[in-house]
Design a protein around this ligand. Structure first.
Ligand code: SAM
Length: 246
């Protein structure tokens, strides 16, 4: 699959369900306060329902001026922030515009390797020096592929995935590009940003912020950090904090 117009957005649009995700991202991003008299500029790429952009623009104590983009407008919450439709991974903003960028479960939807690299390079380009980004994307080695809920779907070679989807009656064409941790880190190394894997911190933040926690999240949140580090390549979701060097 090459044409991004064939890809479904796969966005969860239930505002109540997105709110704990916004709270988790806020806890992990830990934004520093804006300099006196200024507001932080924040961009959410692939906003979906718009809940995360709205949360950062309206939450007391953040003082963020928020932009959001998506390839389709499917927002359920539209106030508090500016929104633009984009047609590719290219971002319609000048270099060094933002203090922070959020890309939550978007990288696997932007296209193949070239588009994914562009997504990361564009985030680096629009970040100010010293600016930070939050990146979350599913692991290719997730036992149950999260978009189609089919075991082992993304374990298969790319060219076999659509046939498996059709055989199981779940669709015609597999339209996501989840990465393994080494594949993602290879891309991150050429993105122009430094990166730190924070999946252990993300699981603990999820356990703290979500009221309906799965048993897996509760158990995973109790694993000591020293043991969690070698297990991070098996985490269902890759979560990274990125930074554009000063
Ligand atoms: C799984 S949804 C995640 C939505 C939102 N980030 C959230 O966490 O609720 C993926 C989103 O990425 C959007 N998307 C796909 N390709 C994109 C691109 N090149 N630029 C911006 N958004 C894109 C989709 O339309 C969809 O809204």
């Amino acid at each position: 699959m090459n044409d991004s117009s064939e890809r479904l957005p796969h966005a969860a649009l239930d505002p109540a369900g997105r709110l704990p995700k916004a709270e988790k991202i806020a806890a992990l991003l830990a934004l520093r306060p804006a300099p006196a008299g200024q507001r932080l500029r924040l961009l959410e790429v692939g906003t979906g329902a718009g809940v995360i952009a709205h949360y950062f623009s309206t939450r007391a104590g953040f003082d963020c001026d928020v932009d959001a983009v998506d390839v389709v407008d499917q927002r359920k919450v539209a106030d508090g922030y500016r929104f633009r439709v984009v047609t590719s991974a290219e971002l319609p903003f000048a270099d060094a515009t933002f203090d922070a960028v959020i890309s939550n479960h978007v990288l696997e939807h932007v296209g193949g390797n070239t588009d994914q690299r562009m997504h990361l390079r564009e985030i680096a380009r629009v970040l100010k020096p010293g600016g930070v980004a939050y990146l979350a994307t599913p692991n290719r080695w997730h036992l149950v592929e999260p978009h189609y809920r089919l075991a082992f779907l993304s374990w298969l070679p790319r060219k076999r995935r659509s046939a498996y989807l059709r055989w199981r009656g779940r669709g015609d064409c597999y339209d996501c590009e989840p990465l393994s941790m080494p594949e993602l880190e290879t891309m991150l190394r050429s993105s122009g940003m430094t990166y730190a894997n924070i999946c252990w911190e993300a699981i603990r933040a999820m356990s703290a912020s979500e009221t309906r926690r799965s048993l897996a999240v509760v158990l995973a949140s109790r694993i000591p950090r020293v043991l969690a580090y070698p297990l991070r390549r098996f985490s269902p979701t890759h979560v990274y904090l990125l930074q554009r060097p000063v």
